[in-house]
Design a protein around this ligand. Structure first.
Ligand SMILES: [Zn+2]
Ligand SMILES: [Zn+2]
Length: 415
């Protein structure tokens, strides 16, 4: 099953890219072919780089991790219950993830979506008082978890007077951090975390939604953004023939504008009509367009609408010292995360070292079949050590292959 993950097929990816029209502004690899014609001015800049004081790896999101202190917690930040259009009862879903070995979970029902499945019981009566159904966003009804389960939290975090997360020690082997959130669904969907923003209607602008998240100290990611790019299953849903360039501008604009909007949710295999090659492409295009000046991070979630946790559900590995809201927020905001599938075994992250004298990035990662370095969207090198002496003004990231699955790092920028 996992062998079908196309991300482990770089040839497929290359062929796909080669078949697309190129846009020099967004395709850094095209500029390499122009290297022979660079102007004296550009050469002068290169000289400055070579002689510049200080490190050349100017973005390494993993640089300040205390490797001996952190653990890779498994998280799903996007899931649905019968309160919107999922099929599991909230308590059932919580226990499914706890039993599947997850440490962090957000129930993120659509803020404006109730269960209208034909032939099924009208669950609004169960979960939302009849008089409230048209004025209470669904996001109001998925918190606190004590409505759905017998387990009790030992710690509840509050931001601005609003409960934002809670720790349940009796869920799973090590306890579970419950994250309050919702999928804000008025226009391109947003996974909204650590807050209670949400509206029962469909009339909210992107700024309405994100300024609420920002004001209440939440964090956000674009949910499945490549549903809305050319070839995506919802390419006509909110945009009129949105091009790739427009999609990059659109999603990037709000990531830059709002500190709380951190990046986007990536799927590591093809689900819900999404395609992992589109997600990889969006990641590389956003890095190239914005990462020099602004952080852009990926997060992995499975957008579960069912009554089981898929064997290879997409998840986020959160490198944090403990299961507290502060530690998890810190990891998300700084890109101390990897995205991959739920698996039998995971890579073990012991350290990432940048040596600016040797011009290398060295990965101390156990349990992998292969490490591939991606530079400007293309396979560049393999192995634990990247020699970047020849790399200039480029985005790199790495992908870890293990048992037919692929785990994705955040980006690095080498100036
Ligand atoms: Zn969605
Ligand atoms: Zn969803």
């Amino acid at each position: 099953m996992k062998n079908s993950i196309p991300a482990s097929h770089p040839d497929t990816t290359r062929n796909t890219r080669a078949g697309r029209p190129t846009n020099p502004g967004l395709r850094p690899w095209a500029s390499f072919e122009l290297a022979a014609t660079v102007t004296a001015a550009v050469l002068a800049v290169s000289t400055v780089y070579a002689g510049a004081e200080g490190p050349r790896v100017v973005k390494n999101p993993y640089s300040d991790i205390e490797w001996g202190e952190v653990k890779a917690y498994r998280a799903n930040f996007h899931s649905h219950t019968v309160i919107s259009d999922g099929r599991a009862e909230p308590g059932e879903l919580i226990h499914l993830y706890a039993d599947a070995g997850y440490h962090i979970l957000a129930l993120s029902d659509h803020d404006n979506g109730y269960n209208h499945r034909e032939g099924e019981r009208d669950l609004r009566e169960t979960y939302i008082h009849r008089d409230d159904r048209d004025r209470v966003p669904t996001s109001e009804t998925t918190w606190p978890w004590t409505r759905w389960i017998d387990e009790k939290p030992t710690k509840i975090w509050v931001y601005g007077g609003i409960e934002s997360s809670a720790f349940y020690p009796d869920l799973g082997e090590e306890g579970m951090l419950a994250v309050r959130g919702a999928e804000l669904s008025s226009s391109p969907h947003i996974s909204s975390l650590f807050n209670r923003c949400g509206w029962p209607d469909h009339d909210r602008t992107d700024d309405d939604r994100l300024s609420c998240v920002e004001k209440h100290g939440g964090l956000a990611f674009w949910a499945h953004p490549t549903h809305y790019v050319p070839g995506g299953p919802w390419e006509d849903r909110f945009f009129d023939e949105q091009t790739w360039e427009e999609a990059v501008e659109f999603f990037g604009h709000y990531i830059v504008k709002y500190d709380s909007m951190l990046g986007f949710e990536m799927n590591v295999h093809d689900v819900h009509g999404g395609r992992v090659d589109r997600d990889r492409e969006l990641f590389d295009r956003l890095l190239e367009r914005y990462y020099r000046e602004h952080d852009i991070f990926i997060e992995g979630s499975d957008d579960n609408h069912g009554t089981r946790v898929a064997e290879d559900a997409t998840l986020t590995l959160v490198l944090a010292s403990e299961l507290t809201e502060d530690a998890v927020r810190h990891a998300l905001k700084n890109g101390h995360t990897f995205v991959g599938p739920r698996a039998e075994s995971y890579p073990r992250f012991n350290g990432i070292e940048v040596d600016d004298d040797a011009q290398t990035i060295s990965l101390d990662i156990d349990n992998h079949d292969k490490i591939r370095w991606i530079r400007d969207g293309r396979d560049h090198a393999t192995g634990s050590v990247l020699d970047y002496s020849e790399i200039e003004d480029a985005m790199v990231r790495f992908e870890i292959d293990l048992d037919g699955a692929t785990f994705y790092s955040q980006g690095f920028y080498i100036r």
